[in-house]
Each structure stands twice: as C-alpha cells, then as structure tokens.
Design a protein around this ligand. Structure first.
Ligand SMILES: [Zn+2]
Length: 114
C-alpha cells in the first residue's frame, strides 16, 4: 500500500491511500458521501451480492421483473429475504433470496408469462 501523501499545505490526503476492505478508515468517508447522495449501497465486504444471495435483475420493464419475482416467491420457487428493491438509477431490481440455488427453468417460465 502506498504511504499517505501530503498536500501542498501539509495536510494528509487520505484519498491517495489505497482503499482496503479490512481498513474501514480507507473507505468510510467515501461510503458516507455516496449514501448522503441517496445511493443505497452496502459497506465493502458486507453486501448480499458478495454472499451470493443478491441479484440485480435488469430489463426494459422493472415492474414486470418485480411481478415475476413475487410470482416466483408465491409459487415457492424462491424465498425472498426482503421485498424486491427497484433501483431506477441503476435500471435494475435488487432481489435477495434465501438460497443462492435457482432453478433456471422456473425463472425463465415466470418471465415468459407476461
Ligand atoms: Zn443489488
């Protein structure tokens, strides 16, 4: 990791230090800034995506994706950990399921019904 550098006025420039998941000080301020701007995001190393239980599903009709996900849950194909989250800024639906194992054939079936 490169050493911290100083700005011309002698203050430490913490952003020139390489961020590292284990070193919360290296990314906490950046995370707070992003969250303050309305972005919903997990802290590094704590995302359901990294645990393999979250998926971002994208397509032209996010409402149809939500409907399909809820239909798959109602049919018992998946078990949701929390309700699907529509992320319009990312054009996706964030879905967290209890098991990372998905039967692809059921999934295709759910989305082909609309
Ligand atoms: Zn997501």
């Amino acid at each position: 990791m490169p050493p911290e550098s100083s700005t011309h006025d002698g203050r430490l420039n913490k952003f020139e230090r390489s961020p590292n998941v284990e070193d919360e000080r290296s990314w906490s301020e950046a995370l707070a800034h992003v969250r303050k701007n309305g972005i919903v995001i997990a802290a590094p190393g704590r995302s359901a995506h990294q645990r393999g239980t979250a998926y971002d599903l994208s397509g032209p009709d996010l409402s149809a994706i939500v409907k399909g996900v809820l239909k798959a849950e109602a049919a018992g194909s998946i078990k949701l950990i929390r309700p699907p989250l529509v992320e319009r800024g990312n054009n996706c639906v964030h879905v967290e399921i209890e098991s990372p194992v998905i039967d692809d054939s059921d999934f295709e079936f759910e989305f082909s019904l609309k």
